[in-house]
Design a protein around this ligand. Sequence first.
Ligand SMILES: Nc1ncnc2c1ncn2[C@@H]1O[C@H](COP(=O)(O)OP(=O)(O)OP(=O)(O)O)[C@@H](O)[C@H]1O
Ligand SMILES: [Mg+2]
Length: 511
Amino acid sequence: MPDERPAPLLDVTGLTKRFGGVVALDGVDLAVRPGEVHALVGENGAGKSTLIKCLSGVHQPDGGRIVWAGASRRIAGPREAEALGISFIHQELNVVPTFTAAEMLTLGRRYPKRFGLVDRGAMLRRARAVAADLAPDLPLTTPTFALTAGQRQMVEILRAISVEARLIVMDEPTASLSRGEAERLHRTVRQLSAQGTAVVYVSHRLDEVFALCRQVTVLRNGKSVASAPLSSMDRVTLVRHMSGDVAEGEGGIGRDRPSAAEPVLAVKDLPFGRARAPLSLTIAPGEIVGLYGLVGAGRSRLLRTIWGAEPAADGTAIRFQGRPLGRGVATRVRAGIAYVPEDRRTQGLVLRHSVLANATLPHLRRFRAMAALPVPARRRMTDFLQSLGQALNLRFAGPDAAVATLSGGNQQKVLVGRWMAGQIPLMLLDEPTRGVDVGAKRQLHDALRTQAGRGTGILMVSSDLEEVLGIADRVLVMAEGRLVGTFDPATSGAGAILDAAFAGQGAEAAA
Ligand SMILES: Nc1ncnc2c1ncn2[C@@H]1O[C@H](COP(=O)(O)OP(=O)(O)OP(=O)(O)O)[C@@H](O)[C@H]1O
Ligand SMILES: [Mg+2]
């Protein structure tokens, strides 16, 4: 059958890239046509971001060809890619912390000038126009370090679509977005596509892949193993291509529901949110409590307050195993409480340090105490890393590789997985499976259930409703800084929970 589709705008063939001994790309083909929304999928570490960095000139490929608009190209750097008409939303965001959103949207472009000086008014007006459709509420004059992960991601998205590109490459653009924000982005992607702009879309959320994309290319271990219209593929086949053989199943470990023991965490009448309304919640040992809500509902802030990183309005309102936790993070650390922050790169991992150092960081005291024992501490640490690696299918070159060289999803696995050891009484998790592929997500969920089975109480913020329903024993819904509902996932559906999240938001706005 003759191929009646237009000629590819981008035609990558046989691309290879290695980092030392790691083969990241091993002969990748990718053909993207004008106006096409093309999904690029694969497990964590499959090579998606590396391929994208070869297109943006961040990395130079070792072999293969990049043909752009009919001509073979060597893309020397990001500026050259932009000049060709390719723009990027990278997975790991590149905002300058002290710059405001408005400044970020102008960065690297021509600044509006007046009397030889930067015309701030004009800059802000321009930024406002760019943000109008997609993120009308984005605070444009706040330094980006003070923005939420979702807002920072929005800045990056706006930057990429504010230039007239012929191809926009989006590496997990919705990883930190709420459902509403993600839907707005989807609308924008459809508009761009209708105008003839091509989009390469990387996502681990297969629902959105099917809803949004026409064509898919699957990477596995640095090779492109399938490329087809999505209409010809179902979810199971797609996952099978990604993983090689294992089909997606329900999986999971059965577990008894936790008993009504004394709560490990009890928050009672904590003045919280703008309204300082009293907030109460409890978590039993072995219980997994999901904290769901729309972005801006205050979930991360509540977690940080419980963790002691933000001052609690009442220091006695937060009790751990029956005793007030007082102020500051140090008491939590001593109590053995685990906290996984929302943003792994700025709050969670020490990027320059090795995988080994990052993975064992929470346990250093234990390993040091062991140093007196016959087996050297390093051996114990590498053993720990190895078991973690096996449990979560971690891909890394070796224990001494810098954690920054791991793929995004694998960094996330280190961040969460390092806590999965021994007696952790309480875990506070903020979006723990962000950017983690389908298989690894299941492994992480299994690990969390195992951990809960050992008696750990878990409070987990997630914007992924399916995940919350799948793993939590109880779901709390938060809106505008208040808890507005409690649900039993065994009897409540997604609809009821979403309704509560939206209604709670409306109620406050009306009040
Ligand atoms: N700068 C680097 N130095 C060494 N190894 C690297 C570097 N960048 C990537 N790698 C390795 O290349 C492989 C592919 O990583 P890549 O980031 O492309 O995966 P990915 O498909 O984007 O995964 P994810 O879904 O987790 O984001 C991984 O094994 C990773 O550790
Ligand atoms: Mg990646």
